[in-house]
Write a protein that binds this ligand. Structure first.
Ligand code: PCA
Length: 220
């Protein structure tokens, strides 16, 4: 008898900042239902709204009881797939979210730690992505907008509720070529490459327990 497939929660965001597409959702929905290692992907779209994004994430966590959670978001201007190292307990929005909220220096969760580290094998992910010919680097900041908000909320939940072995984290991805075509000079990556990259990253998270000891630091 084969063991039941584990559930992998893969979230992506709705478009924001007056855009009509968000690659994070395009990638998540493309992988919805796919079997990767011994897990099945469940794609869930999050609103790009402080608070509401966290509530939608909580609902998905409760409904799916996933063994692995990876949240995706667009980082316009980045040229690589970037697993994030750390989530910080701050909301500080340079632009309004999709509900018009623009918090300044508010905690994501009150009376909670300043930061959490990703529990994904971020360096092994970067290594496997590069080996597959896909540009990737570890990122040391997920920003202070809705992506970091969701990343922090996720790691806070996992640190408190989930049993051992449930890992989670966040990956920022580049803009799509059609987005960059409207902003000349902006970096982009084809959707197919992004989908293949996130498939590789999920496979790594499902199969690599111990992360690599490789340098991925930055001087500034
Ligand atoms: N990127 C934004 C929010 C939604 C998204 O896809 C961010 O990096 O915070």
């Amino acid at each position: 008898m084969t063991a039941a497939a584990k559930r992998i929660l893969l979230t992506g965001f709705e478009p924001f900042d007056k855009d009509s597409v968000n690659p994070s959702w395009e990638v998540a929905r493309a992988l919805d239902g796919e079997l990767i290692a011994d897990g099945v992907v469940h794609a869930v779209q999050l609103p790009c709204v402080f608070g509401a994004a966290m509530a939608t994430l909580d609902e998905a966590l409760a409904r799916l009881q996933p063994a692995l959670i990876i949240s995706l978001g667009l980082a316009g201007g980045r040229s690589e797939i970037t697993p994030e190292r750390v989530a910080i307990n701050i909301d500080d929005a340079r632009i309004p979210d999709n509900a018009g909220h623009q918090p300044v220096d508010q905690c994501v969760v009150r009376d909670a730690p300043a930061a959490y580290f990703s529990t994904l094998p971020i360096k092994a992910m970067v290594r496997h992505l590069r080996d597959a010919g896909i540009p990737a680097s570890v990122s040391n900041t997920a920003g202070t907008f809705v992506c970091n908000h969701v990343f922090y909320a996720l790691m806070h939940r996992l640190s408190r509720r989930a049993g051992p072995g449930v890992r989670g984290g966040f990956i920022h991805i580049p803009a799509l070529p059609q987005q960059a075509a409207r902003q000349p000079g902006m970096a982009s990556m084809a959707l197919e490459t992004q989908i293949q990259g996130i498939r590789t990253a999920i496979h790594t998270a499902m199969t690599v327990q111990q992360d690599l000891q490789e340098h991925a630091g930055q001087l500034h």
